[in-house]
Write a protein that binds this ligand. Structure first.
Ligand code: HH2
Length: 306
């Protein structure tokens, strides 16, 4: 299934599983440093229900330092090569660098997830030339400085304008319109209030006409609302995306793939019970169907997680 084309989009949000191959990512840094561990983790995310795998070799947490091209390639290429041979799940490369994107696409990635919103010279051309998809994310500043007093007169309007303009630039340069996703960039040069305003306005992002990606998983704004270490922010992560099923096409970039799929599935079943429209399609799509028929089996989760 070509998930990047709208005609093959399932009737539910896509779940993008995060595969960080970095020593310093904010939430799971270091755990997947060695590429074989990262592959193992990624394949677990596939079993957990990931629709897309997002492989990244440079941390973009607030205050983080950039890494050079050679180091980033050294981290991500072996992981992408192995994953491309081991799973049909589409692979996205999370990078700001055209050279890394190009090599990752050659190694088997099919989507460039750019937190820099395709601003680096050469990035749009790389994507257009390869005929692949792109996620355009908004960021104010750079990861090193972005949380130092971010300011907007109208955060939603400014982020919308940026995404619309960058998408138009990409299309004008030959990127397939149908393969563009947009992302307001939760936590990237935003205060708590900015993040909340953006999450409350996702419908307006959907009106741009592209699938909307939301990356709220385990982020710091959750801690600002109720203090919790990164691995105890699942409740807040799910709350942040609770309304997303309203959007026609959404992508959830998450660490906790299984819990997110479970969350979506339970919500869909409740909507179905209420007479909603999402659940039937969701149910027929679900890789969890078999287990769903044995709802009460307490071992179901273990079985699926292999
Ligand atoms: N967030 C992070 C990284 N990449 N890409 C998109 N499109 N949207 C996001 O919100 C987003 C992203 C940061 O999260 P994580 O990968 O867990 O951490 P790190 O940047 O430290 O690797």
């Amino acid at each position: 299934m070509d998930l990047l084309r709208p005609d093959t989009w399932p009737a539910r949000p896509l779940v993008m599983g995060i595969v960080n191959v970095t020593p310093d990512s904010f939430s799971d840094g270091g755990q997947h440093r060695r590429w074989d561990k990262a592959v193992e983790h990624a394949l677990q995310l596939v079993r957990d229900g990931a629709d897309v795998l997002d492989v990244g070799g440079e941390s973009t947490r607030p205050g983080s330092d950039p890494v050079d091209v050679a180091e980033e390639l050294d981290r991500v290429l072996p992981v992408i090569r192995v994953l491309a041979g081991e799973t049909d799940t589409p692979i996205s490369i999370d990078t700001r660098k055209p050279a890394v994107a190009e090599a990752a696409l050659e190694a088997g990635a099919v989507l460039v997830n750019d937190v820099n919103g395709l601003r680096e010279p050469g990035m749009i051309e790389t994507i257009a030339g390869a005929g692949v998809g792109a996620c355009i994310m908004h960021m104010q500043g750079t990861p090193r400085t972005m949380q130092q007093e971010p300011h907007y007169d109208d955060v939603v309007g400014e982020v919308l304008d940026f995404l619309r303009d960058q998408a138009h630039r990409a299309i004008a340069a030959g990127v397939d319109r149908e393969r563009i996703w947009v992302d307001p960039g939760i936590g990237f040069g935003k205060t708590l209030e900015h993040n909340l305003a953006l999450l409350a306005a996702l419908d307006r992002f959907a009106e741009l006409g592209y699938p909307v990606l939301v990356g709220a998983s385990r982020k710091r704004f959750i801690d600002r609302i109720r203090t919790a270490p990164v691995d105890e922010r699942l409740g807040g992560s799910l709350a942040a995306i609770a309304d997303i099923t309203r959007l026609p096409r959404a992508v959830l970039r998450v660490h906790d793939v299984f819990a997110t799929r479970q969350f979506l599935e339970v919500r869909a079943r409740i909507a179905e019970a209420r007479g909603g429209h999402l659940a039937p399609a969701l149910r027929s799509e679900s890789p969890f169907d078999e287990a769903a028929s044995g709802d009460d089996d307490p071992n179901g989760r273990e079985d699926r997680r292999g």
